[in-house]
Design a protein around this ligand. Sequence first.
Ligand code: F6R
Ligand code: MG
Ligand code: MG
Length: 365
Amino acid sequence: MVKTTVSVIKADVGSFPGHSRTHPKLLEVAARMLKEAEGSIIIDSHVTHCGDDLELIMTHTKGEDNEEIHELAWNVFTECARIAKEMKLYGAGQDLLADAFSGNVKGMGPGVAEMEFEERGSDPILVFMADKTEPGAWNYFLYKIFADPFNTSGLVIDPSMHDGFVFEVHDVMEKKKIRFSTPEESYSLLAYIGAPSRYVIKYVWKKDGTVAASTSTQRLNLMAGRYVGKDDPVMVIRAQSGMPAVGEVIDPFRLPILVAGWMRGSHHGPFMPVGVDDANCTQFDGPPRVICLGFQVSNRKLIGPVDMFDDPAFNRVRDRCCELADVLRAHGPFEPHRLSLEEMEYTTLPAVEKRFKDRWEDIPE
Ligand code: F6R
Ligand code: MG
Ligand code: MG
């Protein structure tokens, strides 16, 4: 049986005004380039944006980490970056850390979430895309979706989910990975993923090995060795028939959870679920936003999208996010609005501290 691969590859290649949103011209060019590749390199595609991030959603049969797929995405990003430079858009080409493609976009700046699977009788997927936050932002939600019976009633009620799920966690600092099986090892899993700047959930599987979720774990600053904004992650989740229901997958986003990112990638802020039309970062370059597009994957075609957070059921969390934003903004440059010093090492703050390096004097005992 031919397997289906879903690849979501994203990059910020320039935006307007400032870091608010991707220009429609870039969306148009990206959509056209992917359409032209349909029938040869890929099967189907959808292009969108979350804030200043250009998002390419593609289906094909070539598996994860495929050179042709990654090269196609790279070519789209470089062409859009060229146009962005011509238009003098802000941060034109900022996430493209290499000059030329070399086999795989991982490590070159773009974020990648891919999964390969045998299509079930009917296969709903949800594609989540975020701006102004880091890959670990998904940790909380993935735990709620796949391991918390107070969120996902199927873990208790549905025999096909009752065995639980397996989580692959990456230590993005040490470049190591580990797997935890839930519910048995839930507390051990939480011991790590509760520190999302370092420990990031990369995959979730059913216990029989069927893939259920895949995320992007690229940390731009660690790659570039300098501040280049947050990573603005993406995630793909399969739903229904032995996986959490669509409603169970999106329900945790009704809670106003704080994530790292926002202005200058240096602040905690509420993670606000919005429809695509509201996926423009405004207030204090944010607040961090997440969109979710729902599709049916049908013989490798994408039926959809449905704009899942464009819904009055999510109005209240948006209001609560605004209230939290007020509380945090009142702190100005103080923690816990500003990130901890450890996390600030990956921002522009060290360059300021450097100026005062020689003015610090020892305090006599
Ligand atoms: C956050 C982000 C923005 C910028 C901010 C300053 O990921 O990209 O909040 O950090 O607008 O940008 P520069 O330094 O380019 O003026
Ligand atoms: Mg940007
Ligand atoms: Mg961004």
